[in-house]
Write a protein of this length. Structure first.
Lengths: 321, 284
């Protein structure tokens, strides 16, 4: 079996207090697998362990226990990062460098030769719409421009894995769409992308699969569809549905409610649903739309990360041993 | 190797962009200028017939003085001054290298590349030393050229002073890196390193201090610290001795070079090793 771009098993991270305070379990045994060509989203409230996860994947922080591998190589080996592009949150490129110099220096640090860099740097700057700013010092850049430069820097060595921490932070709506398109192109080229973002709409649009972290644990993982699906609930749009027909539906064990011009229909299973559709047609109503009802990712997320009282979950602590 | 070279280049680019390099060389140029304008010598037939320092005539008596000896004396004495100035300027220009690297949002950019932490730290160290070396070549080389121009006396041993000064900078910069890795603070790195410089200089009198303290334990601590810390006072003397050659006064010429260089080198290697170990284990 080929080595996965990202593979983490049973990763724990305990931040130990120096002066006899309580230790904090930042990560409590998380597992992650990201396939080539997949855009994977990491969700969670502040302090859930998203950034710690990304830092462990890059070897910036060492896990207390567990195994973390990039393309089968342990992340403690710097070579594991040769095929990785990283866009950190709140990154600070040296302000005295120009955009072109930034790409050249960080490209060299990734082992790319000068000739390749001279060719790739202008292409990437064009791709992130910074061509006109290629020779302007980074300190003159706006937040959105710095972010786009960060993305170009993450791509300068044509990596096979991209780890992106809030990639559209500070970027205007048009720029966000461009970044989304760019990332979709990279994914289509077979690159694995791990996206860490608070912007659920971005995640919903870009990611095929997500993991939701809460207090250092993965509390949900799967495709957006599977996470937002509401079981046997369906959205029905039809004309000619009267109270008599709705009562007939209820007699079969279904529930049906009229909500804002459509119906919220619950059936036992697919056969039951088909029987209801037959009844609807035979009753003279006209079916216009029938689709599985979905919760928004935001509803799912909020439900997963808040505790019973509705407050965000605090990180688990353990006493000093 | 590409990454190492890129990181070293980055040190120079950063120094140039942040005016450190310019300030460093401007201060050195100021010393050179003062020196060039201050000293006026009148040489007749290879002997000093008259001299002016800052425009004031220097009394040299009726007999002609051998200019070779004057130059040797001046250069050896001045090398001691350069030891102090060169070391302090170099530390001031390079102590930020680790704290700035470790800043949040910066370190991630470097460590997310396929570069080991040890090569990254050592590339910054190498860059800092090369920066200091470039300045020493400029400072000492120009001073030497001015002396040759004004006296026509070639005394290449003066250039050797740069080697001892660079050795001292290497030892103290290693300690500055250690403090930088631990504290991530340029200010603390500088203060701690200057403190070591002065404290170690005071400890050159460790035999007298140990004799003056009340307990045997205190005396042992004083001796112990002396051998642990770099020999900053003795290295200053070694600079003078190296330039003066056989003409150095006995107390300076008789220093134990092996002990001075050896124990300082051990301090430097130990500081850099601990800094590297801590840096390689640090969570960012």
């Amino acid at each position: 079996m080929a080595n996965l771009p990202i593979e983490a098993q049973g990763v724990r991270k305990v931040y130990r207090s120096r002066f006899g305070g309580r230790n904090v379990n930042a990560l409590d045994g998380i597992d992650l697998r990201v396939e080539p060509g997949e855009v994977f989203g990491l969700l969670g409230p502040n302090g859930a362990g998203k950034t710690t996860t990304v830092k462990i994947l890059l070897g910036l922080t060492r896990p207390t226990s567990g195994s973390v591998r990039l393309f089968g190589m342990p992340v403690s080996d710097p070579e594991s990062r040769r095929r990785v592009g990283y866009l950190p949150e709140g990154h600070r490129f040296p302000g005295y460098l120009t955009a072109r110099q930034t790409l050249m220096i960080f490209g060299k640090m990734s082992g790319v030769d000068g000739a390749t860099l001279s060719r790739r740097a202008p292409q990437l700057l064009e791709r992130v719409r910074l061509s006109d700013w290629a020779d302007v010092r980074v300190k003159k850049f706006s937040k959105g421009m710095t972010q786009r430069l960060g993305l170009a820097s993450a791509l300068i060595h044509d990596p096979d894995v991209l780890l992106l921490d809030e990639p559209t932070d500070g970027v205007d709506p048009v720029g966000r769409r461009e970044i989304r398109d760019l990332l979709q192109e990279e994914a289509a080229r077979g690159k694995a992308i791990l996206l860490n973002s608070h912007l659920l709409s971005e995640i919903e649009r870009m990611c095929g699969r997500v993991a939701v972290l809460r207090s250092g644990r993965v509390v949900a993982e799967g495709s957006i569809e599977s996470l937002t699906a509401s079981g046997s609930r369906y959205r029905l749009v039809a004309s000619g549905v009267d109270e008599r027909l709705m009562a007939a539906f209820r007699e079969t064990g279904a529930s049906i409610e009229r909500i804002n011009g459509h119906f919220d229909l619950t059936a036992r299973d697919v056969d039951h649903l088909n029987a209801l559709v037959d009844r609807l047609r035979s009753g003279g109503a006209k079916l216009q739309e029938l689709s599985p009802a979905r919760s928004s990712l935001e509803d799912v997320f909020v439900g997963l990360v808040t505790d019973v009282e509705g407050a965000p979950a605090a990180p688990p602590k353990e006493n000093v041993s | 190797m590409k990454a190492f070279t890129a990181s070293v280049q980055e040190v120079f680019r950063e120094a140039a962009a942040r005016w450190t390099l310019i300030a460093y060389f401007a201060l050195s140029s100021l010393f050179i200028l003062i020196f060039a304008l201050a000293v006026n010598l009148d040489i007749v037939d290879g002997a000093l017939a008259g001299a002016k320092l800052f425009g004031q005539a220097v009394e040299i008596g009726d007999h002609a003085v051998d200019i070779d000896k004057i130059v040797l004396g001046f250069e050896s004495g001045f090398s001691g001054f350069l030891y102090l100035v060169g070391t302090f300027l170099a530390l001031f220009a390079t102590a930020h290298l680790v704290p700035r690297l470790q800043e949040k949002g910066t370190i991630d950019l470097y460590l997310s590349r396929p570069v080991g932490r040890l090569p990254l730290l050592l590339s910054r160290y190498t860059g800092g030393l090369l920066l200091a070396a470039a300045n020493l070549v400029y400072l000492i080389g120009t001073m030497w050229t001015i002396v040759v121009w004004k006296t026509h006396v070639l005394h290449p041993r003066f250039l050797l002073a740069g080697l001892v000064i660079l050795f001292t900078i290497a030892a103290l910069l290693a300690f500055a890196f250690l403090v930088g890795v631990v504290t991530s603070s340029t200010g603390v790195s500088l203060m701690a390193t200057y403190a070591v410089f002065f404290f170690a200089a005071v400890l050159s009198q460790h035999n007298r201090i140990a004799a003056a303290v009340s307990s045997e334990l205190s005396a042992r601590i004083v001796h112990g610290l002396y051998w642990i810390l770099p020999k900053t006072a003795e290295l200053g003397q070694a600079t003078v001795a190296l330039v003066a050659g056989g003409a150095a006064p006995a107390p300076i010429a008789n220093i134990d070079h092996l002990a001075v260089y050896g124990s300082t080198a051990v301090f430097a290697v130990a500081s850099l090793s601990v800094a590297s170990w801590l840096f390689s284990r640090k969570d960012f």
